[in-house]
Design a protein around this ligand. Structure first.
Ligand code: TPP
Ligand code: MG
Length: 340
């Protein structure tokens, strides 16, 4: 509610940590990576009315990577669609805030979780708007990059081009990882932008954890919508999986693992507090954690949970980082490159 995108992104991440922590749920890495995209959409881009979630003139939104459902539940609660307090019920028996996204939640247009369906549904919504001659809303859909291994995504991409659905904007959370490995070790998708372009789409490629770049990309998408060609637009948002908590970043462990009691929860919350934006109060630990537990060298942290030795070196330069790998016998390794 009247929050700026940085404040909302912080709250989405903080809720995500708490919701997965309390429930023993998963996918915190995916929630952290998409938080900025969701925050900019809800704070700056989309039209909606929390008091009237079914308002016909609203922009439609589908989180096709439905395993990051906590991010959208957090945004909707913070924007006033339902009480923030309810977020604590995520994953609990009987809760409407199911692990993956449910359309029983006010503000949700389409249930997701089975990957590969969101873009097709978004195409249907955009096509229906065109048939109804309604130019008053757009359709936004967020996909995972691993999700783009699904053939149905590319059928939908063809459809959107064929019907020149310029009211459709897809955003791909390009964190270069999926469940168990980097994408490039699973199914290679580069040249990713080139593929979308070949399917007839406008392509905008940005750093998807930068609010400045996200806002500029959405403004550009709006400009492109008014072009004669009537193409749909995709924003390839290069992100870091786990973004916001250093020990989670680019580590495949945090796809399924949740922050456990002890140093995992304490360090995550403490780092969040180091970066809290002005004007935000933490709904769970307003003053942070007084004596946070810290990890020791014996803990399972910064070990190589991926197969970086075989990892393809096309990983973008901006996404590389160098870090110590305690206990691994390798003093330095570079994400995206061979171990040194
Ligand atoms: C049809 C289908 N197959 C498999 C899964 C299990 N699954 C959940 S998340 C995930 C990885 C998704 O990777 P990506 O789309 O890159 O999302 P990220 O977590 O990296 O944001 C998979 C395979 C699923 N949810 N749906
Ligand atoms: Mg991914």
């Amino acid at each position: 509610m009247n929050r700026n995108s940085e404040q909302l992104a912080w709250l989405i991440r903080r809720h995500g940590i708490e919701m997965t922590h309390l429930s023993g749920g998963s996918h915190i890495g995916a929630i952290m990576s998409v938080a900025d995209v969701v925050a900019v959409l809800y704070a700056d881009v989309m039209k909606y009315d929390p008091k009237n979630p079914q308002w016909e003139g609203r922009d439609r939104f589908i989180l096709s990577k439905g395993h990051a459902g906590a991010s959208i539940y957090a945004a909707l609660a913070e924007e006033g669609f339902f009480p923030v307090e309810e977020l604590k019920t995520h994953y609990a028996n009987g809760s409407r805030l199911s692990g993956h996204v449910s359309h029983h939640v006010p503000g949700v247009d389409f249930s997701t979780g089975s990957l590969g369906h969101g873009l097709s549904a978004a195409c249907g919504m955009a096509y229906a708007a065109r048939k109804d001659r309604r130019d008053d809303h757009r359709v936004f859909v967020v996909l995972g990059d691993g999700e783009c291994n699904e053939g149905s995504v590319w059928e939908a991409a063809l459809f959107a081009n064929h019907f020149r659905l310029n009211n459709l904007i897809a955003i791909v959370d390009h964190n270069h990882m999926q469940s168990l490995d980097f994408n490039e070790n699973t199914i290679e998708i580069e040249d990713f932008g080139g593929k979308w372009k070949a399917f007839g789409w406008n392509v905008i490629e940005i750093n998807g954890n930068s609010h400045v770049e996200l806002k500029a990309a959405f403004a550009k998408a709006e400009e492109l919508r008014n072009e004669e060609s009537h193409k749909p637009t995709v924003i390839i948002a290069n992100t870091i999986k786990g973004c916001g908590v250093t020990y989670m970043q680019n580590d495949i462990l945090w796809h399924y693992r949740f922050p456990h009691d002890g140093w995992e929860y304490d360090e995550a919350v403490t780092e969040m507090h180091e970066n809290i934006p002005a004007g935000v109060t933490d709904p769970y630990t307003p003053d942070g954690i007084l004596h946070p537990k810290k990890h020791t060298d014996g803990d399972d942290i910064n070990n190589d949970h991926t197969f970086t030795k075989t990892w393809n070196t096309t990983y973008p330069e901006t996404m590389r980082r160098v870090e110590a790998a305690p206990g691994s016998g390798e003093s330095v390794r570079e994400i995206g490159g061979a171990a040194k």
